[in-house]
Design a protein around this ligand. Structure first.
Ligand code: ADP
Ligand code: MG
Length: 379
């Protein structure tokens, strides 16, 4: 029975997902907040296209066009975002490894997407919570076929050091990354592992993680948005015939991608900025190398990519949310985020569909020519 459930699901996923490749990029634009009401978003296409316009040069050639797998506009709800993410998350229960990243400058909505509004109502919960709830639901539905166990770890990476966020003394313990995960080991054997059985368990742990992230940031004298936080969900399943399934889901709230003005920051802030810059560009390099199917993937260049190594590439699925702020004063960062996201995306710039169509049309035309020639030879 279990094999069938998995097979049916796999067929469905394969059809939908292999069409698009293993790397997907979604863009999310948050609503305008505050007094700057000049909006740089010119057009959001239902096909994943996005046009932004330079607020200082609002004529036609100042428009920049981007193409992603999907664009969520400022009125998109958490549920709409989750719906587009759900098949990926559900595939974790079938043994796929999945990585979801939130990328963007500080204040662009990364934490809103992953966690929800701070101290917010349960209706606005983010992907972390909705995903775990979904996994519980599947586990429940399949309980006669597979016994699942779901466990979580949560760490942060600050200045290339990994800290446990689900322990009492989070700011003191630095963790080592092991790269033995392909033979069933854990990449962070020393980070505390918590079994979760209900949404209440998840809420409690998320709260602890958030508090620790804040406490550790204060202790180390930085803003919590300057660290990457990684929530890892480990799924272990066993069916009646003893078949074992292991997979994991990484949910990553990345450090703010904003460039800092080198002339203005010095000392610790500069060091911090350089670490963030390096790890984000390493992440970009890894995803780009995967998208281009290169033989060498530079995982070892940062703690983040090292940690996620077994869930990036291979049969693993990757989704990046590129978050942007729509206000004119954020235009520079917005374009920089969109360019980064475009670089790691496997979607071709411009009209991806029509490119594909024109290739198909060309092939058909070639076929017609060949057939015509064959006919004229016969005549
Ligand atoms: P980041 O984590 O990227 O620094 P936040 O998630 O903290 O950004 O978002 C910054 C502010 O914008 C917060 O007050 C948040 O509640 C609000 N916000 C972000 N995205 C949305 C959204 N899609 N809808 C409504 N408010 C949002
Ligand atoms: Mg944040």
């Amino acid at each position: 029975g279990y094999q069938r459930v998995i097979k049916e699901n796999k067929d469905l996923y394969n059809i939908v997902q292999d069409l698009k490749g293993n790397i997907r990029v979604y863009c999310r634009i948050r609503p305008i907040i505050g007094t700057d009401t000049r909006n740089v978003i010119d057009h959001i296409g239902g096909d994943g296209s996005l046009v932004v316009v330079d607020p200082l040069k609002p004529h036609k050639d100042a428009r920049k066009v981007f193409q992603f797998n999907h664009v969520f506009g400022p009125t998109s709800s958490q549920d709409e975002v989750y719906k587009e993410t759900q098949p990926l998350i559900r595939s974790v229960m079938d043994g796929y490894n999945v990585c979801i990243f939130a990328y963007g400058q500080t204040g662009s909505g990364k934490t809103h997407t992953m966690c929800g509004p701070s101290g917010g109502s349960s209706e606005d919960m983010g992907i972390n919570y909705l995903a775990l709830n979904d996994l519980f639901e599947i586990s429940c539905t399949r309980k006669d076929i597979v016994k699942y166990e779901i466990q979580v770890q949560m760490v942060e990476i600050y200045n290339e050091q990994v800290r446990d966020l689900l322990t009492e003394d989070s700011s003191t313990t630095k963790l080592e990354i092991r790269n033995c995960t392909s033979n069933g080991g854990l990449s962070l054997p020393d980070a505390t592992m918590h079994v979760v059985k209900s949404s209440m368990d998840v809420l409690d742990l998320m709260k602890l993680g958030e508090t620790n992230r804040f406490v550790s940031a204060t202790a180390l004298n930085h803003q919590s948005s300057r660290s990457h936080s990684v929530l890892t969900v480990h799924v272990h399943g066993k069916d009646a015939s003893g078949n074992i399934l292991r997979s994991c889901l990484h949910l990553v709230d990345l450090a703010g991608s904003e460039r800092v003005d080198k002339s203005e920051v010095t000392g610790d802030r500069l060091k911090e900025a350089q670490y963030i810059n390096k790890s984000l560009s390493c992440l970009g390099d890894v995803i780009t190398a995967l998208a281009q199917k290169n033989s060498h993937i530079p995982y070892r260049n940062s703690k983040l990519t090292q940690l996620l190594q077994d869930s990036l590439g291979g049969h693993a699925k990757t989704l990046m949310f590129a978050h942007v702020s729509p206000e004119a004063h954020s235009y520079g960062e917005t374009v920089s985020t969109l360019k980064f996201a475009q670089r790691v995306s496997t979607v071709e710039l411009g009209a991806a569909h029509s490119n594909k169509e024109s290739r198909e049309v060309k092939e058909l035309k070639d076929q017609v020519e060949t057939l015509k020639k064959a006919l004229s030879c016969k005549a």
